[in-house]
Design a protein around this ligand. Structure first.
Ligand code: NAD
Length: 485
């Protein structure tokens, strides 16, 4: 076992879980044993919440300009340990080193944004009548929780950690039990950056710990990122317990390719979008609607996809079940009459036979009612549907229940504008394969890709992680007696 058994991080230190339940952590790259992760019980959550509640009064009263100093130092530590942190992400998730490094660079950008919060979080003040002023300020909520998925072991936690903490909250992070290693280093580096004990805690576990978070009377807000099935469960349970909740779910992102799209640029973007992080991105292109005569572009996509090689510039999918599920989708589409132009089934990487790889897969002739057209596959697979008009393409895009991302590839500004206005997705791209908004713009889908109000990152996160206090002040005796008295 490469790393010692993982422990929870509570009140500034690592503590063993007492539940007696644990799981092995295996690298998808080669099947090697990395560590074990405890599946904690409610006692561990109790200790973490107690530590966070104890830390909250002092942390929330620390001026925000002081709080963000921790994140200036933390950003420097992320830069200093970039290689080590990227390697950890690569090992536990199975993505390539370059992808893991890009993930860590995004963590740095998210931390940078948090250091700018003092500039953005100022309240308002107005003399509402003679000698009387009203002011508003953003007040932290208290103890909050963040529940995260396997596909970005460090980036998705950084969607919530820097902003929630810089805004004065104390947090319990529940990492994915499939990728629990990075969170320990995040906790250590935050401590090294000067974060007081108890402000950030990590409790590992599975379903039961998520349920305990949703039920806990002293947790004020829950952010969740994961599949739509679980997002629904968490949103319903947390809000039924009167908590604030933002739950991001799965996706089925459509790229609409017009005949006038630039062939090389489009093909490179489509191939990169479908296969980046082995297709395990909630922003990955999973369906392509080819409008009109675009055979020449489809052919270029296949050529580009052939350059993506498992074990070289394509990482592994998370586990054996995932590999089997993805391959089942391809087999089923083929049996239903779709044409597999490039087949990634049965990929094996020499010397890493226990790794779980799927090669890039391009499926043409997909009908909109097939499972590969409607369901989230979460693998390096693109399903191509054909339409005659852009309206038919939009009809397919609009009919899918998700709404994370949609993109159009065209050189025609009018067509681009037409699609931008009509796509039913929270994040829309024009000639962009993965239209993730950069900071300070916020990240968040629509429809069944997100339950709750607002977005998780950027300026929008301020509304989620704080409550507004409205104060009316009268110092001036001349203000007299009026309806506000
Ligand atoms: P998942 O829903 O299986 O797990 C997410 C978290 O929920 C994990 O921490 C897990 O321990 C917990 N969990 C799992 N089952 C549970 C249950 N029944 N009750 C309570 N908690 C439970 O998701 P995953 O497989 O880890 O991640 C992949 C999914 O996440 C994909 O659907 C992907 O699209 C989605 N995702 C979405 C976004 C977004 O921004 N919308 C970003 C990243 C990933």
């Amino acid at each position: 076992m490469k790393y010692s058994p993982i422990q929870n991080f509570i009140d500034g230190g690592f503590v063993p879980a007492t539940s007696g339940r644990s799981m092995t952590v295996v690298s998808p790259l080669d099947g090697s044993l990395l560590s074990t992760v405890p599946l904690s019980d409610a006692d561990a959550l109790e200790s973490a919440v107690a530590a966070a509640r104890k830390a909250f009064p002092a942390w929330s009263r620390t001026p925000i300009k002081e709080r963000v100093q921790v994140f200036f130092r933390y950003k420097t530590l992320l830069e200093k340990h970039l290689d080590e942190l990227s390697t950890l992400v690569m090992e536990e998730n199975g993505k390539t080193y370059d992808e893991a490094k890009a993930e860590m660079e995004k963590c740095i950008e998210l931390t940078e944004f948090a250091t700018s919060l003092p500039q953005l979080v100022t309240g308002e003040v107005l003399e509402v009548s003679r000698g009387v002023e009203c002011r508003t300020e953003h007040v932290p909520l208290g103890v909050v929780a963040s529940i995260v998925p396997f596909n970005f072991p460090s980036m998705v936690p950084h969607w919530s950690i820097p902003n929630a903490l810089a805004l004065g909250n104390c947090m319990i992070l529940k990492p994915s039990e499939k990728v629990p290693l990075s969170s320990g280093r995040i906790a250590e580096l935050l401590k090294e950056a000067g974060l007081p004990d108890g402000v950030f805690n990590v409790v590992h576990g599975d379903t039961s710990i998520v349920e305990a978070i949703c039920d806990h009377p002293h947790i004020e807000a829950v952010s969740f990122v994961g599949s739509t099935r679980v997002a629904r469960i968490v949103y319903q349970r947390a809000t039924a317990n009167y908590k604030r909740c933002l739950a991001l779910g799965g996706a089925k992102n459509h790229l609409m390719v017009m005949p006038d799209a630039l062939p090389d640029m489009t093909a490179q973007n489509v191939a990169a979008s479908m296969s980046g992080c082995a297709g395990q991105r909630c922003m990955a292109a999973s369906a392509m609607v080819a409008v009109g005569e675009v055979d020449h572009i489809v052919q270029r996509i296949v050529e580009e996809a052939k350059k993506i090689v498992p074990g070289q510039n394509l990482g592994a999918v998370i586990n054996k079940e995932s590999k089997e599920r993805i391959e089942r989708y391809i087999t089923e589409a083929e049996a239903q009459g779709a044409k597999v132009l490039l087949d990634g089934r049965n990929a094996v990487v020499a010397g890493k036979e226990e790794g779980t790889y799927v090669g890039p897969t391009v499926i043409d002739g997909v009908r909109p009612d097939m499972a590969v057209a409607t369901e989230e596959i979460f693998g390096p697979v693109i399903s191509i549907m054909r339409t005659k008009t852009v309206d038919e393409a939009l009809k397919i895009e609009n009919a899918n229940p998700y709404g994370n991302a949609a993109s159009v590839f065209t050189q025609n500004g009018g067509v681009a504008r037409y699609v931008m206005e009509r796509a039913s997705a929270g994040m829309v791209g024009v000639n962009v394969g993965v239209p993730v908004p950069r900071e300070p713009f916020s990240f968040g889908g629509w429809n069944e890709s997100k339950f709750g109000v607002g977005d998780i990152t950027g300026k929008s996160s301020i509304a989620f992680w704080t409550k507004l206090k409205k104060t009316t002040i009268k110092w001036n005796p001349e203000a007299g007696v009026n309806w506000m008295s």
